[in-house]
Ligand binder design. Structure first.
Ligand code: ADP
Ligand code: MG
Length: 290
């Protein structure tokens, strides 16, 4: 595009809360074949709330919540905040030896016994049996909720189901990108069943789930290896390498500083629909050139 067209394009973007950091991004955005969206905080509000607690037969719901909240004191994960909020009226114990288990959960010692908390993969890895709660876990995940499993002394004692509402414009954005000939995918560290349900509600058919934080960029690279030009939209620290790897990285304005620094385009209104605006604007700008 001519320098003038680029100036007009980036200026129009800025007026609408779409910040292109460089002229290259404006040109690259016209060529995208696929846009990959992080789930939590990008397609969803990123305000997870506890919606249900299931206790194993020998414990109470409050005991499950108190144990989980005790461990989550050591974590700043959004799921930890949701659990702490729900357990605000309960007494937390002192913990020692807290360890974050990236992309999976956390562990600590309480009263000399190990408490392990996180996703199903973590439970499987540590050989924690489901203790009769398997069908409950499946039911909750099938409803699009993220299930946090809590094990005490190697025994599963309960499940905490957490929901995070989709952003109101997400489904319309997916439909519009398709209409414009751009494929849409979801990329998440969350489990497949939960991710599939949320994706289905938004009209997304390509779902990359159970992806560890360190693997998000590799997934983008794989898609590029199939000959696609790939955009990535994210908000988290986890998303930063994938934003850099993508042909165009888009950061949610309310996201982390690292994501914003790694992106080519910042969506100041934190509205995923602005990806449509960004692509339309870039196409209009380039057309003026010919
Ligand atoms: P996302 O891509 O959704 O931001 P993360 O990579 O941070 O997810 O975590 C992946 C999964 O690991 C979460 O969906 C959750 O099941 C589990 N997990 C990670 N950290 C915690 C934690 N502090 N408490 C409970 N579960 C956790
Ligand atoms: Mg996120």
């Amino acid at each position: 595009a001519t320098p003038m067209a680029v100036m007009v394009g980036t200026g129009l973007g800025a007026m609408n809360g779409i910040l292109f950091k460089n002229a290259g991004a404006l040109e690259e955005a016209t060529k995208l074949d696929m846009v990959v969206f992080d789930k939590t905080g990008t397609l969803t509000m990123g305000e997870p709330e506890v919606v249900e607690v299931v206790a194993a037969s020998d414990v109470t719901v409050d005991e499950v919540l108190a144990l989980a909240a005790t461990v989550e004191q050591g974590s700043d994960h959004p799921l930890a905040q949701a659990i702490s909020k729900r357990a605000a009226d309960l007494e937390v114990q002192t913990l020692s030896g807290f360890q974050n288990i990236e992309g999976k959960g956390a562990q600590a010692e309480i009263g000399g016994r190990e408490v392990l908390l996180g996703n199903r993969r973590l439970m499987d890895e540590r050989q924690v049996a489901m203790n009769g709660l398997d069908s409950e876990a499946q039911r909750l995940q099938g409803a699009g909720q993220t299930v946090v499993h809590i094990a005490h002394g190697g025994q599963l004692v309960g499940l905490i189901a957490i929901a995070d509402a989709p952003r109101p414009t997400a489904a319309a954005m997916v439909a519009k990108l398709r209409e414009r000939g751009v494929e849409v995918a979801m990329l998440t560290g969350d489990n497949k069943a939960t991710a599939d349900r949320i994706a289905a509600s938004l009209g997304i058919t390509t779902v990359l789930a159970d992806v560890l934080p360190g693997q998000k960029a590799d997934k983008v690279k794989e898609l590029q290896g199939q000959g696609k030009r790939v955009g990535m939209v994210g908000d988290g620290v986890n998303d930063a390498p994938a934003l850099t790897q993508a042909d165009v990285g888009f950061a949610i304005g309310a996201g982390t500083d690292v994501a914003i620094e790694s992106a080519d385009v910042v969506l100041m209104k934190s509205d995923p629909y602005d990806v449509v605006g960004a692509i339309e604007l870039s196409r209009a700008t380039l057309r003026k050139m010919y």
